[in-house]
Ligand binder design. Sequence first.
Ligand SMILES: *[C@@H]1O[C@H](CO)[C@@H](O)[C@H](O)[C@H]1NC(C)=O
Ligand SMILES: *[C@@H]1O[C@H](CO)[C@@H](O)[C@H](O)[C@H]1NC(C)=O
Ligand SMILES: *[C@@H]1O[C@H](CO)[C@@H](O)[C@H](O)[C@H]1NC(C)=O
Length: 722
Amino acid sequence: HEKGVNCIDYYSGGDKPYLISGADDRLVKIWDYQNKTCVQTLEGHAQNVSCVSFHPELPIIITGSEDGTVRIWHSSTYRLESTLNYGMERVWCVASLRGSNNVALGYDEGSIIVKLGREEPAMSMDANGKIIWAKHSEVQQANLKAMGDAEIKDGERLPLAVKDMGSCEIYPQTIQHNPNGRFVVVCGDGEYIIYTAMALRNKSFGSAQEFVWAHDSSEYAIRESNSVVKIFKNFKEKKSFKPDFGAEGIYGGFLLGVRSVNGLAFYDWENTELIRRIEIQPKHIFWSDSGELVCIATEESFFILKYLSEKVASAQETHEGVTEDGIEDAFEVLGEIQEIVKTGLWVGDCFIYTSSVNRLNYYVGGEIVTIAHLDRTMYLLGYIPKDNRLYLGDKELNIVSYSLLVSVLEYQTAVMRRDFGMADKVLPTIPKEQRTRVAHFLEKQGFKQQALAVSTDPEHRFELALQLGELKIAYQLAVEAESEQKWKQLAELAISKCQFGLAQECLHHAQDYGGLLLLATASGNANMVNKLAEGAEKDGKNNVAFMSYFLQGKLDSCLELLIKTGRLPEAAFLARTYLPSQVSRVVKLWRESLSKVNQKAAESLADPTEYENLFPGLKEAFVVEEYVKQSLADLRPAREYPLVTPNEERNLLEEAKGFEPSGVMASQAPLETEKHNGCEDVTLELLREILEDNHQGLGGCSEGLLAFFVYLLLLNFDNLFH
Ligand SMILES: *[C@@H]1O[C@H](CO)[C@@H](O)[C@H](O)[C@H]1NC(C)=O
Ligand SMILES: *[C@@H]1O[C@H](CO)[C@@H](O)[C@H](O)[C@H]1NC(C)=O
Ligand SMILES: *[C@@H]1O[C@H](CO)[C@@H](O)[C@H](O)[C@H]1NC(C)=O
């Protein structure tokens, strides 16, 4: 250097004895410190050079200067790759973080961190589990098969034996197997080399900005510049073409994708005819093996499209529906998901991907299933169906795997294709513990019947049975679960299906006394009301018990219930209204009870029988009570309802005139009740039969019901029985 040297750095690789220096003569020099000669001089900085650095991993040299720029040079060709100018005045220092692409730069006015180069490791796996990767410019291979039967745990680093395959003439930025796995292409520094995957012998090479394999293993395309794309077949150039709006990126697979400012254009590999132009800026494109589905991933989300090859073929023939943007019906959008895909692949109709938030997910039929939450950025390598495992690699070239059952994926694929024959064949291979997951999938796809058949989770099955109206299955599940909640739900369904017998049983199990009361009264079943009254009283459901007794005219029972439950004021008022003969007894009890809290208040309670002058008509009331007792015990069938005089229109005092209470008549009453109850049972039985005959649908059921009630109201028994 002709002026003062400001900075110096060792080359950190072991292969060259080099130093780098920067000086006020504005030059950067590379030295061989063994023979003490200058190997190279890097010219370009316009002011004193203040910092120099060999990047510890990437093949680059980074230099900074008082001219305010940072320059990136290739470390073997010494070509200037890039000049960074962030307008923060003079550069003073640079540092690279090992194991990452982060480089920190220090300026007069602050410091910043930049990311250099590709994050994604140069790594590829073929269908048999052979993985090839580049460590700097060394190419290495690892074989999953060589692991033997070692037990593999999800997310744990696999103990792989690594084999060196030789070094590559270029610094590999990407490595990619072709579809049949016979070749790998290595790209970097604007060059590509195609090697045999087995022995890494070069087969073809050239310069290219980008390289992509076609679906057909013998074909590939390169992007030569921002305007020219070339297609090769069997390593010979087949076609060179200039896409209409230029070529900023290309994508391989079933169709050749070309990205430009104008969006994405898909071309036919065969004749480079435009298939379809789509207004989207893709980052990645992933085609399914069948070529029927494609995922287009952008910076914000990803789209799943269906490729309609038949429509394309017919449009190519008839030229109908072909515009300047290609064939209108070539694709159908199946879904958009607001997630950023980093790497992805298809297994059948399931799209497996890693996302920007380090989730390992798969998409099938509009649904996202999470396989794992990753603790760092991982890149999908492939899926090996035989292992039921998914393989991923990270930047440090560690390989991990996650289990993912091929039977589940196959089953879901069959369902998406509505191929239930295939689905049924696959089902027995799905382990029991995975069945419910599959069943949830079926349910979401709208196949509830199938979901019910597949699910092994009683909760899920019960839900499905309810939704499907499968009363028998739901009943069985409710019996097994002995859950009140389930009985309640089933009762509701049974009622909506007019299965009143079942509903009654369910309500009993659910101890839903309110529901039972409603059912019993609505069906006019006096026996049921009676049983309910007794059961409810026993279980302390006093309101229901009271109501049930009251509806049956069993006023004595109502009174006893009130007394028993300490509702003495209410009992007194009930007696005063309906059972005057009991007033004395109840008031006495009330007084006794009240005197314990308030003697004065207790004393002020008057017994009507002691103060007849204050309670006129008491005697007549006793007679009426006796008179009414008979008609109360007389439970008349519902059909007589239109013939019954409403209570508010009756004058009981008038009616009871001349009535002579008699023990004989009173004892006859229960007999009559029996008779009516018998009649009720016949009608209810009939009702059940009609309903069961019509149980196919609520429509039919309610029509039958309607007719029945009309006949019932008309007392037209001929038609009724008919
Ligand atoms: C010094 O070694 C370098 C290789 O590191 C070689 O290119 C150069 O010719 C050598 N110079 C002399 C003077 O021997
Ligand atoms: C470069 O270094 C010289 C001393 O060699 C100094 O005088 C000059 O100011 C420096 N240039 C800048 C832009 O700082
Ligand atoms: C390809 O291989 C041949 C011989 O094996 C070698 O001479 C040539 O440099 C290689 N070219 C590339 C680009 O690797």
